[in-house]
Design a protein around this ligand. Structure first.
Ligand SMILES: [Zn+2]
Ligand SMILES: [Zn+2]
Length: 474
């Protein structure tokens, strides 16, 4: 779209309504029952971070829990922006924001304009069990894998020295496409190696790779497999006989490596798409639907051969599946390696080549306004992220097109109620259903207690602003 047309008719920001989504209503109706059931079954509560994540999700985007007020200083038009939970794993809105923010930061401030290849490694089920529960083990496996890739790149990058390093960002995905626990790694690796020292002018020499083919990938896979099995044996996680047997199994013994996606140096939109794919959340609301009898169906757009594409389950089972995928606090979901590692003396020289962001959907005054607080480069304003996804800038006044600014954060309960009452919004948050007792657990699973709840026609809702199609097409 032409910039002039865009500025003349900016799209109007519409607040999201998480309480109307099927996932919110599911958590609202069944979370307390799931919690009571889990305590009864396992004699202990689920981990604190899991319980907190669900409770915060129920407050995310709900005005009755507090909000920011945005106002146009020109014409006085204003709107409210509810607080978000910033959760990892449960909240579709915050998940999507995290994905977009991560990809935008990496494209604009980390990856230099060089070819990047995605290397996806997954391990046999027997090893995944340990990886799911041990962050240090994940790091050790990643280092083995990336050393093998670096070795491969060294052989295929003419002119590089013996100490040349790769540059990589590794994403640790804890889930498979059917909401199953499945730790695996998506590594975006610059296709070539960097010299270990900078030139006199502070730049660093790069040696591009050429000729990476299936034989090279197979070799990386074989080396990685052998070394990872040795690591598991050395740490006593599997015994030596089992390690030997797994090393001798046919069909790669459950190890899989895919390195078929390569993004060219000048394809920055393609790189951003790839990075979003790597940083994507475990589930997409677009794929969740409700069956009449109160069961949910989750559509897996990319089922493995021989497995159903639709996963039918009770709300309690769905909550349990998502709960299992929530990363523990402080577990990294992506990590930097080689010259991109935080402690690398080459990081500054390499990342200095990354192009700056160009936000095409905004009018220029938005970015250089004195109203914008100073932020680090890695922190994107919420409004700019919205602009980046949907080409809608919420902080542009829909009436007079001037810039709006956040003028207040309202957190006091009585003030919240007064303002919401004044503008006709619900002053009370949606109520969460209490846990049903044991005889009712089954009923909770199979009936819609929510018969009294307002019926929302999902198809009639406006497109939620944070949902993003997880499927990636190349
Ligand atoms: Zn949230
Ligand atoms: Zn205005």
């Amino acid at each position: 779209m032409d910039d002039a047309v865009k500025c003349a008719a900016p799209a109007c920001y519409q607040r999201r309504h998480p309480e109307k989504t099927l996932w919110y209503r599911t958590v609202q109706a069944y979370f307390e029952t799931w919690l009571a059931l889990s305590k009864a079954q396992f004699d202990e509560s689920p981990p604190t971070h899991v319980v907190q994540a669900f409770r915060r999700y129920l407050e995310c985007g709900i005005l009755a829990f507090g909000f920011a007020r945005a106002r146009c200083k020109n014409c006085g038009h204003d709107f409210l922006v509810a607080f978000s939970c910033k959760g990892r794993g449960i909240c579709p809105s915050c998940n999507t924001r995290r994905m977009v923010e991560t990809a935008a930061h990496l494209v604009d401030h980390v990856f230099p304009p060089l070819p990047v290849r995605q290397w996806v490694l997954s391990e046999p089920k027997r090893l995944r069990y340990f990886l799911q529960r041990n962050a240090a083990l994940q790091g050790a496996v990643l280092r083995i894998f990336l050393r093998a890739v670096e070795h491969c790149l060294r052989k295929h990058s003419p002119g590089c020295g013996a100490n040349a390093s790769l540059g990589a960002v590794a994403f640790i995905q804890r889930f498979g496409s059917s909401l199953n626990e499945h730790v695996h790694f998506h590594c975006c690796i610059i296709e070539g190696l960097f010299d270990s020292t900078t030139n006199t002018d502070g730049t660093v020499a790069f040696h591009p790779s050429s000729g990476l083919d299936d034989a090279a990938f197979r070799q990386v896979q074989a080396i990685t497999r052998r070394r990872i099995l040795r690591l598991f044996v050395r740490r006593g996680l599997i015994d030596k006989a089992d390690g030997d047997e797994m090393a001798a199994q046919k069909h790669d013994g459950g190890f899989s490596l895919d390195a078929s996606i390569r993004i060219e140096a000048d394809d920055r939109p393609g790189l951003e798409r790839l990075l979003r794919y790597c940083a994507r959340p475990p589930f997409s609301l677009q794929n969740l639907h409700q069956l009449d009898e109160g069961h949910l169906v989750y559509h897996n757009p990319k089922p493995h051969p021989g497995t159903p594409s639709d996963l039918v389950m009770t709300p309690l089972l769905m909550i349990g599946k998502i709960a299992a995928l929530i990363p523990p606090p402080k577990w990294h979901l992506h990590r930097y390696f080689g010259v991109l590692a935080p402690n690398s003396h080459l990081r500054a020289a390499v990342t200095a080549k990354a192009p700056e962001a160009v936000i095409t959907a905004t009018s220029p005054q938005v970015l250089d306004s004195e109203d914008q607080p100073h932020r680090s480069l890695s922190h994107y304003l919420w409004s700019q992220l919205l602009a980046r996804i949907y080409e809608v800038l919420p902080l542009i006044c829909p009436i007079c097109h001037a810039q709006m600014r956040i003028i207040a954060f309202i957190t006091d309960a009585s003030t919240i109620q007064k303002i919401l009452g004044h503008i006709g919004e619900p002053t009370q948050p949606p109520t969460t259903s209490p846990a049903r007792g044991p005889p009712l657990w089954e009923a909770a699973i199979t009936t819609k207690e929510a018969h009294n709840e307002p019926h929302y026609d999902l198809a009639a809702q406006p497109a939620p602003e944070f949902e993003f199609d997880q499927r990636i097409s190349w």
